[in-house]
Design a protein around this ligand. Structure first.
Ligand code: BGN
Length: 288
């Protein structure tokens, strides 16, 4: 009996570890130059991004390429946004696997930050602009990928990216962690009714979403530790934490069908949509 040469995907508590998918197009050959702080920034490549922050590589027109929306919840982090846009465009253009557009969803009010509500809004508003989007990457503005082998695209199941952060010494802090950066298909996101809209303030909304995914699909995916490496831009406090989060997390499954995309229109009004060279900005005012 010979041990198989290629090991199958490995199972862990709460997730399955997968290898990055086979490349659809080769990585581009240019250098990922670094700015003074070490973040990627190739200005020549940034000039090839279309207005509104869309990038579509005409030279490798694989018809299996996914149309992807990168959805970034945002408020008052302009210095992070500049770094994020330069780093992400440089990285994604080099990686060369998807046709994507970056959408910044700004909470244009002074109420506690509601990350999950903003992600739902980004889903709905980006689809309103670009019907062909089939894959969503929900992305914090302060997290940046370090390894070009960490492929940004949707795979079979919803997937956690950036599981291994420098801030946590590249250790997975708990096996069901599903915050920071995730990928999910349009159909899967609709199937779980999106995120809960009820988590205002910091924490818990990603754990709620994990439960929705676990309940409907059984597992999430991750890439291996040497692949899913990311850095977090250093900053101060996270803002007001949500004191209700434990209570909300106690009855996640009861709320799946009554709290999410199905009730989204009652939670916000759209204030504006603006197109900038490296991104599309959508401002929303939340009702609560
Ligand atoms: C967890 C938070 C997550 C957050 C991670 C990483 C909660 C729920 C407590 C019952 N969960 O503790 O939202 O993404 O830390 O910072 O606070």
């Amino acid at each position: 009996f010979l041990f198989p040469l290629t090991l199958p995907n490995s199972y862990h508590f709460g997730y399955i570890e997968i290898h990055p998918p086979k490349l659809l197009c080769p990585h581009k050959q240019f250098n990922l130059y670094r700015n003074a702080n070490g973040y990627f920034n190739n200005s020549e490549q940034l000039a090839t991004v279309d207005y509104g922050g869309r990038y579509h590589n005409k030279h490798c027109d694989s018809n299996r390429k996914q149309r992807v929306a990168i959805i970034v919840p945002f408020r008052n982090r302009t210095e992070h946004l500049t770094i994020f846009l330069q780093h992400m465009h440089s990285f994604l253009i080099k990686q060369n696997q998807i046709d994507y557009q970056i959408f910044i969803i700004e909470q244009a009010d002074d109420k506690p930050f509601n990350r999950a509500n903003l992600l739902n809004i980004g889903f709905q508003e980006s689809l309103g602009l670009e019907h062909e989007i089939d894959c969503f990457i929900f992305h914090d503005v302060d997290i940046l990928p370090l390894n070009i082998e960490q492929t940004y695209s949707c795979t079979k199941l919803p997937k956690h990216l950036c599981s291994y952060l420098d801030k946590f010494r590249f250790v997975l802090i708990y096996p069901t962690l599903f915050g920071g950066v995730i990928t999910i298909s349009k159909e899967q996101f609709r199937h779980v009714n999106g995120y809960s809209n009820l988590y205002s303030g910091w924490g818990g909304e990603d754990d709620d979403f994990y439960q929705r995914i676990k309940h409907n699909f059984g597992l999430i995916e991750r890439y291996p530790q040497n692949v899913a490496r990311c850095t977090m831009i250093k900053h101060g406090h996270e803002g007001q934490s949500n004191v209700e989060r434990q209570k909300l997390l106690a009855n996640v499954l009861d709320r799946i069908s009554t709290d999410g995309l199905s009730t989204l229109n009652t939670t916000y009004v759209r204030k504006s949509i603006e197109f900038y060279p490296l991104y599309t900005k959508i401002q929303a005012i939340l009702n609560e």
